[in-house]
Design a protein around this ligand. Structure first.
Ligand code: LLP
Length: 416
């Protein structure tokens, strides 16, 4: 099931021609499908069924306000990792009471703002953070709802940069230390243990590591019960992969595999999916500026670059690249590269395509960790973002202007 498909020899999103979008809005442009986002979110909701649950969309995957609004309207909670993400959620109409706050480096002022907003839970990642949170809550004379992020030391078999559940990673605390932190929190007047969480990595293509991690959390929950500490929720994190190149498990199978293990427990089940909600709902539309045929490699230079979509450069990630209007003829092998002055600036390598200057290409699966990781490197304005809903194109992020690039900079008079 995809919202992007070929119709009459040209790529469309929800029935709207990508060529028409490029004509009206220029390139590079991120194109998102409202239906695809909605369907992906509902596939979580429907799979959990009647068991009490909250799907907390991981804002970092794509934090555009209209996308947050779409999910808030569907009843989503949110997983945030900074006060910036929290403010975005609230501006978009999300309910702070459905927000969990993750991240290893929360500052005192972020804690204050989150307490003031009344978030659902702090996912605490260290003893030092727990102590600071207790002090901040005491100053504010309120109680901070907490969960300890357990690092279950599980190998999720994903890229080392996005593996988070191994002992060597900076995230969470080991099971034994977590039990001590819960005892500390239980005794602290301004902390209230309400949940337990983990997150073992991203783009995970096998359900087994999630189940291993879940067992480790359930074991700790039983130990805590012996200590007289009972929790309201269990947060299994995000991390389910999508089918960029190889098949990913279906959301329904992943959700039911997890739900099955806690069906008989009085625990609200939380998920923090990011990628699996938005990745396949987005494509990055770009134009071929030049072709540079050669003996060793052939380059198609396009107008999108690593600053617009970093995943291929940073992780060596593979994302499908489609011609918006595929041409007949003899395909050749092209490296699809951007204008940024780095050899690592590529969107795809060794792609068999029939290309001509001026052709439009779509980098698929670009809805997650695309725009949200974009930068202004090489003083390139970030792209337009459009959301297609009911066959109408809505601009949900305008292309930055050249003057936007230095809007926060100054030249003090003393600077000669
Ligand atoms: N919860 C926490 C605490 C996380 O750290 C993450 C992602 C998520 C939820 C969402 O995970 P997802 O369902 O999206 O896999 N930039 C990388 C991905 C980094 C993921 C970091 N944490 C990429 O483009 O592949």
């Amino acid at each position: 099931m995809t919202s992007f498909n070929q119709q009459d020899g040209a790529l469309h999103c929800e029935g709207v021609s990508l060529e028409a979008i490029a004509q009206t809005h220029g390139t590079p442009t991120y194109v998102y499908s409202h239906t695809a986002i909605k369907d992906a979110f509902l596939s979580y909701q429907n799979a959990v069924g009647d068991h009490p649950h909250l799907i907390c969309y991981a804002v970092k995957a794509n934090s555009n306000l209209s996308i947050l609004r779409t999910l808030a309207t569907l009843g989503a909670g949110f997983d945030v990792v900074s006060v910036g993400e929290l403010e975005r959620v609230m501006v978009a109409g999300g309910d702070a009471g459905k927000v969990v706050f993750s991240g290893v480096g929360k500052t005192a002022s972020e804690m204050r703002r989150a307490l003031e907003a009344g978030i659902k839970c702090f996912n605490v990642e260290s003893e030092a953070e727990l102590r600071l949170l207790a002090a901040v809550a005491e100053q504010m004379a309120c109680s901070a709802p907490i969960s300890i992020r357990v690092n279950p030391d599980v190998d999720a078999g994903t890229h080392p940069y996005i593996s988070t559940g191994l002992r060597e990673n900076k995230f969470g605390v080991d099971v034994a230390s977590a039990r001590d932190l819960y005892r500390f929190a239980d005794d602290a007047p301004f902390l209230e243990p309400v949940g337990i969480d983990c997150h073992i990595g991203s783009q995970i293509l096998d359900v087994a590591p999630f189940i291993t991690a879940l067992h480790s959390l359930l074991g700790l929950i039983d130990d805590l019960a012996e200590d007289g500490i009972s929790l309201d929720h269990l947060d299994v994190g995000g991390g389910l992969g999508v089918s960029y190149e190889s098949a990913a498990p279906a959301v329904a199978d992943y959700v039911s595999a997890l739900t099955e293990h806690i069906a008989d427990r009085q625990l609200e089940l939380l998920f923090e999916p990011g990628r699996s909600i938005v990745a396949m709902a987005g494509a990055l539309l770009t134009e071929v500026l030049y072709l540079k045929p050669g003996d060793v490699r052939q380059f198609a230079v396009v107008d999108a670059a690593m600053n617009d979509l970093l995943r291929p450069s940073l992780y060596g990630a593979w994302q499908e690249i489609q011609a918006v209007k595929p041409r007949a003829g003899n395909a050749e092998t092209w490296d699809i590269v951007g204008p940024v002055c780095e050899t690592g600036d590529f969107l795809g390598k060794d792609r068999e395509m029939v290309l001509e200057q001026g052709d439009l290409l779509a980098v698929m699966g670009a809805g997650a960790y695309g725009f949200s990781m974009a930068s202004n490197y090489n003083s390139r304005p970030r792209p337009t973002e459009v959301l297609i809903k009911d066959s109408t194109v809505h601009v949900i992020g305008r292309r930055e202007s050249i003057t936007d690039l230095w809007r926060s900079e100054e030249i003090p008079p003393e600077i000669a």
